[in-house]
Write a new protein. Structure first.
Length: 195
């Protein structure tokens, strides 16, 4: 991933975070600073994006090693202080939102655009999550699962099999509650967040 794409992804993550937390993409400067300073999930996503960029960058050896060590310190800080662990090889789309801190593990997986994850959620390796997916707290998504676009996974769910587009699912064992559920109000998608 190049620097321009990384900055664009971070900008969209910040816009979506501020939209959800403050109700507007362009809040007062003080609200923006406070939102970012106390947006622990946003900070974890930004650290992940920086790590993904550094993994592929072509800086000279010493600069790359220095930046890598700095990223490692930030990543350990996020894991220890916020309880959010995102695998460095996870592929995460624009507008990713972590709603709460603590107990979040995202393995080596692929997550689409405009997705939300909440506290105590575990997404294991080799999972594919489509665009516009909302994952409630205390949910577990087992390895090898494919979740299509526009899916809503309610809190406390255990996902062991694939989920079709637009489904609202819940429970352990998992069951489909609705097959054409509109989750846009949960995701707070607005036209002024440029994807």
């Amino acid at each position: 991933m190049d620097l321009r794409s990384t900055i664009d992804n971070i900008r969209i993550d910040i816009e979506r975070y501020l939209l959800i937390e403050t109700g507007t993409v362009t809040p007062a400067l003080s609200s923006m600073i406070i939102g970012i300073a106390f947006g622990f999930g946003l900070q974890a996503v930004i650290v992940h994006r920086i790590g993904s960029y550094l993994k592929d960058c072509r800086y000279p050896f010493f600069i790359r090693k220095f930046l890598g060590a700095l990223h490692w310190c930030l990543r350990i800080w996020v894991i220890q202080c916020y309880g959010i662990q995102i695998d460095r090889d996870a592929s995460i789309g624009k507008g990713f939102y972590i709603g709460h801190l603590s107990g979040i593990y995202i393995g080596r997986c692929s997550i689409g655009k405009i997705c939300s994850v909440h506290q105590q959620t575990r997404i294991e390796d080799n999972v594919v999550v489509g665009d516009n997916v909302w994952i409630g707290g205390h949910s577990v998504i087992k390895a090898g699962v494919t979740i299509e676009d526009d899916v809503t996974i309610s809190s406390g769910s255990s996902v062991t099999g694939d989920i079709k587009k637009g489904s609202l699912v819940m429970g352990n064992p998992l069951r489909v509650v609705m097959s054409r559920f509109d989750n846009s109000s949960l995701l707070v998608k607005k036209a002024n967040v440029r994807i």
